[in-house]
Design a protein around this ligand. Structure first.
Ligand code: ATP
Ligand code: MG
Length: 469
């Protein structure tokens, strides 16, 4: 059995012994070394190459926080778990921002410690796999238009990603759309997009393709659907833009409910009833909301999510880009192949966060993964419930996540809940509220934002064999 190798860093020899003894009976773990302070821990990592370091905070020479920071810089594949008697949020925050994967407060049971080690080890393996699988973007070939909000640039440099193994590459699709920005594709059996013959035919040359924005966060309940829905509506109102809203929370999507749409047609029926997609076919499955936006709802039953695969998503989005100015994609809180396909095709990724430690920790992990996929330039941080101080102030949040907040949405329980109950988006049910104003500001910035050429990919990176986190 492959064992998780562990280094214990604590300045008290008895504590190191206790931890080693506690883990002795865990069959899948092996304590391979000890260190009395941060400096010694750093020295030993090079030789011992542990998977996980259990780190005390208060140690001489170099404390656990500083050591964690250095370890994350120098050995990003090693996961640090802090074990401390200090349970105050201030310490947890520091540890999290330093890059610790978990924070355990003493006294703790062997079970608690072993579970934490297994979790961080598993996550670390997954992270490493993602960063090994993706390819860096290709240099620009043609100009396509991308919205760039007028804001400070991201503070974090992009790490280089390694090239994907050939057998992990997505097969190229038989996409027959005339599209200057797409690389020529080899034929395959995946759903094809039929060339458009609708009223928009012939306009492709002048009109840029629709802009895809995916709303994402690795954590549930942060406000993704609220944002996606209101943004879609407000965009459609600004200059009569055509807006499509796709619910890719395939198991528990609630956009149809939020907008009071109960037609019954969903993405599930679309992919089951058609092998090829065209704008006309898609129109039969998109529900028209009274505001003018068209919605492709999630399946009614969670088990029907299985029918939808990443190739469907690719073909659907390609089709919608021909007909709509904006395509807004709502997602489930996971890095699985469906979401990765949407993220891959997005010019803009709105990463939604709130000001609590759990969400921020999650956002940090999400950003790391988005970095390894080379999506960082497309990410805009949206702070939801921005006025609700849940333990982290905004400068700390920006510093910890190494990205500036692009948009702020205030919290407004009454307005939001009443809007959901009525099935009418906030932007319409209470258009003078601060929250509605924030959605309008966001839309204005999207519509009037500077547009820059974006790199075009020659080879699609792997999407469909990536795990869920
Ligand atoms: N700015 C806000 N002020 C007050 N309540 C909000 C705000 N944004 C979202 N909410 C509420 O928070 C809850 C979760 O919002 P929402 O469904 O949009 O999150 P989500 O990220 O899509 O969740 P899930 O991951 O479960 O799909 C909802 O009850 C919503 O009404
Ligand atoms: Mg949602």
């Amino acid at each position: 059995m492959e064992k998780i190798t562990i280094l214990v860093a604590d300045d008290v020899p008895q504590t190191r012994k206790d931890i080693t003894r506690l883990l002795y009976f865990e069959e899948d773990m092996d304590v391979i070394g000890e260190a009395g302070d941060g400096v010694e821990a750093l020295q030993k990592i090079g030789d011992l190459k542990p998977d996980v370091i259990l780190m005390d905070i208060n140690m001489p020479q170099m404390d656990g926080i500083a050591a964690t920071e250095r370890i994350c810089e120098l050995y990003p594949t090693v996961a640090v778990v802090i074990i401390s008697i200090q349970g105050e949020p201030e310490y947890m925050k520091k540890a999290m921002f330093a890059g610790a994967r978990d924070y355990l407060v003493k006294p703790l049971s062997s079970e608690e410690m072993a579970n934490s080690i297994r979790n961080v080890y598993r996550q670390q393996k997954q992270r490493t796999r993602v960063s090994q699988v993706y390819t860096p973007p290709q240099p620009p070939q043609h100009e396509t238009m991308q919205y760039v909000a007028e804001e400070k640039p991201s503070m974090m440099a992009q790490p280089a990603a390694s090239s994907p193994p050939q057998d992990l590459m997505l097969p190229q699709k038989a996409i027959t759309v005339e599209n200057k920005t797409e690389a020529p594709a080899a034929p395959s059996a995946v759903p094809a997009v039929i060339p458009q013959e609708s009223h928009n035919a012939g306009q492709h040359d002048e009109k840029p393709l629709g802009m895809v924005t995916t709303v994402f966060c690795g954590k549930g309940g942060v406000g993704k659907t609220t944002l996606a829905t209101n943004l879609a509506v407000v965009l459609s109102q600004s200059g009569k833009k055509k807006v499509a809203l796709i619910d890719l929370d395939l198991q528990f999507g609630d956009i149809a409910v939020m907008l009071n749409l109960t037609d019954g047609k969903t993405i599930c029926e679309l992919v089951r009833e058609h092998e090829t997609f065209s704008s006309e076919i898609l129109q039969n499955y998109m529900l028209r909301h009274f505001t003018g936006i068209d919605i492709l709802p999630a399946p009614v039953l969670p088990q029907h999510a299985e029918y939808v695969n990443p190739e469907h998503i690719e073909a659907i989005i390609k089709c919608l880009k021909q007909n709509y100015d904006y395509i807004i994609v709502d997602t489930s809180p996971m890095f699985h192949d469906i979401n990765l396909q949407a993220l891959d095709m997005s010019e803009q990724i709105l990463l939604v966060v709130t000001r609590d430690i759990a969400t921020i920790k999650n956002a940090k992990t999400s950003l790391n993964i988005l970095d390894s996929l080379n999506y960082r330039e497309r990410v805009r941080l949206v702070l939801n419930r921005s006025d609700q101080d849940l333990g982290v102030d905004i400068p700390d949040l920006e510093k910890g996540l190494e990205i500036v907040v692009s948009h702020q949405i205030p919290g407004d329980e009454r307005t939001v809940v009443s809007a959901i109950n009525k099935g009418v988006p906030v932007i319409l049910s209470n258009s003078s509220s601060d929250i509605a104003k924030s959605f309008r500001r966001m839309s204005e910035r999207m519509v009037s934002g500077k547009r820059l050429p974006v790199p075009e990919k020659q080879n699609k990176p792997l999407i469909n064999r990536i795990f869920s986190l």
